[in-house]
Design a protein around this ligand. Structure first.
Ligand code: LLP
Length: 478
């Protein structure tokens, strides 16, 4: 079993970390690489751009996002879930002003989980009523900013927050200004995040096992029912939905099904206790977490199959419970932005290390590392890497791609095969780095964050420029 990349078990390191020898080292598995990736004359092309040209223009390392890949995955979700559902892109996976605009053009909604994400979305012109604010410890200022902007939902996560939000509503009401900056007068729309007792992992889910974490209101412990009671008792709050999020990089739909089932049962009991909420609770939000293929060994379920099964289960359970079928909401981040981006590095050093039993492991050092992709070090994540600046017919060599940081855990791709003639100055590309790589990047060892470019139709442009030394110096007080 692969360690889960986001939950409390992410620290587990599988004992046997194997990788297979690819039949063709030059092949780009379409399940792993961006939809616009290919090779021309042996050289990797990204949406018609030669990676060597991109490296000349932008320097290395850089992240290249295939704009059509991103947009088409937005459409895939919208088509799969249809008009009876809302697809919220989870900004935490990666956000920039351009992404915000693309999402608006593609008709998706947006989830943010901090004031920073919220302010970027608003500044880039995203419609506030299409934004939901998440977070397990939202500050007073974050809540006030969201209320003032008129966001579509605040997903409450604690009793403290319900009290805080009720206070904000009261203050606005008593000041005679329970209206948003866009002029509408309404109660503050909230959802409640419910811990449904499902812990989902890539290849497993463990029902009833996951109460011991910071998010949400426990269903089993009765906190969810109490949270609903407190929201219902607050005149300035309007409960518009029940929310759950069971994990990330999930391949097994059964975790979502259990979660949907439990949310419907909760909805039924909530409406029995508070009949007036039947009018306001219009949404069951099943969260994000749909997995992607980082390597050819990964087999995530297709989006439309997942959508069909979730829609069917909510409809069936609601009909059985005598409830009006609510809208479904989902919050994919990784599945939209992950697969369409690659990171391109230049090789700086190559070192053969002799292990026990005559085994050689080739350490291939690139000009980035754990500062632009912490996921391998943090979650033991697997990635696919290929020689990008040319093809090679040389034999495969067991290799490890490492960064330039001062620690041995600075690993980008733990186990891979690269051609024996790999040389200093070659470019390598790592697939599926769109989600949680740039978003979790750091300046460790004072490395500047790399640029992130968009590629489309044979052209490229900067979405985020490379960080400079001057940017970092700006923080110094001297
Ligand atoms: N909705 C909620 C409430 C979430 O907490 C998350 C992710 C998502 C949606 C989006 O999940 P996605 O579809 O992207 O899996 N840093 C980790 C992932 C952390 C995910 C946290 N929450 C990683 O690199 O794998």
């Amino acid at each position: 079993m692969r360690a889960h990349p986001a939950g409390p078990r992410h620290g587990e390191i599988p004992a046997d970390h194997t990788s297979f020898v690819p039949a063709d080292l030059n092949e780009l598995d379409p399940a792993v690489w961006p939809r616009g990736a290919g090779r021309s004359g042996g050289v990797m092309t990204l949406a018609g751009n030669d990676v060597r040209d991109l490296a000349m223009t932008y320097g290395t390392p850089f992240l290249a996002m295939d704009e059509q890949d991103f947009r088409s995955r937005c459409q895939d979700f919208a088509d799969a879930f249809g008009s009876a559902a809302d697809v919220h892109y989870a900004a935490k996976a990666f956000l920039s002003s351009h992404i915000v605009k693309w999402l608006a053009q593609e008709g998706l909604s947006l989830d943010v989980c901090s004031g920073g994400e919220l302010r970027l979305a608003l500044r880039a012109g995203f419609p506030p009523e299409q934004i939901a604010l998440h977070g397990s410890n939202k500050s007073q200022v974050e809540l006030e900013t969201a209320v003032e902007a008129g966001v579509g939902a605040i997903v409450v996560d604690s009793f403290d927050e319900i009290g805080r939000l009720a206070g904000i509503a009261d203050a606005r009401g008593s000041a005679g200004s329970a209206s948003t900056s866009n002029g509408s007068s309404r109660r503050i729309p909230v959802m409640i995040r419910v811990t449904v007792g499902v812990e989902a992992h890539t290849h497993e889910f463990i029902a009833t096992a996951h109460e011991d974490q910071k998010f949400g209101f426990s269903l089993a412990g009765g906190d969810a029912a109490e949270g609903v009671r407190r929201i219902a008792a607050a005149p300035g709050l309007e409960l518009i939905g029940l929310h759950s999020h069971i994990g990330s990089q999930i391949f097994d739909p059964s975790g979502f099904e259990v979660s949907a089932h439990r949310l419907v049962l909760l909805l039924k009991s909530v409406i029995a206790d508070h009949p007036e909420l039947a009018q306001t609770i219009t949404t069951l939000d099943l969260g994000g977490g749909l997995g992607i293929a980082y390597t050819s060994a990964d087999t995530p379920p297709p989006v439309d199959a997942m959508a069909k099964s979730l829609t069917a289960i909510v409809e069936r359970e609601c009909q059985a419970a005598g409830l009006v079928v609510p809208r479904i909401a989902v919050e994919p981040g990784r599945a939209i932005v992950g697969p369409g981006t690659v990171t391109v590095y230049e090789i700086g050093t190559i070192k053969d290390v002799h292990l026990d039993g005559g085994v050689v492991r080739r350490y291939v050092s690139v000009d980035g590392g754990m500062s632009d992709n912490i996921r391998t070090a943090l979650y033991d994540a697997d990635y696919t890497v290929v020689l990008a600046s040319r093809s090679s017919a040389a034999l495969p060599v067991r290799s490890r791609v490492v960064g330039k940081h001062c620690e041995s855990g600075d690993i980008v791709v733990r186990d891979c095969y690269l051609p024996a003639d790999l040389a200093v100055g070659d470019l390598v590309a790592v697939a599926a780095t769109g989600a949680y790589c740039y978003a979790m990047a750091s300046n460790y060892n004072r490395l500047p964050r790399p640029p992130l470019i968009a590629v489309t139709g044979g052209t490229s442009r900067l979405l985020l420029r490379r960080e400079t030394d001057d940017d970092l110096m700006l923080l110094e007080t001297w």
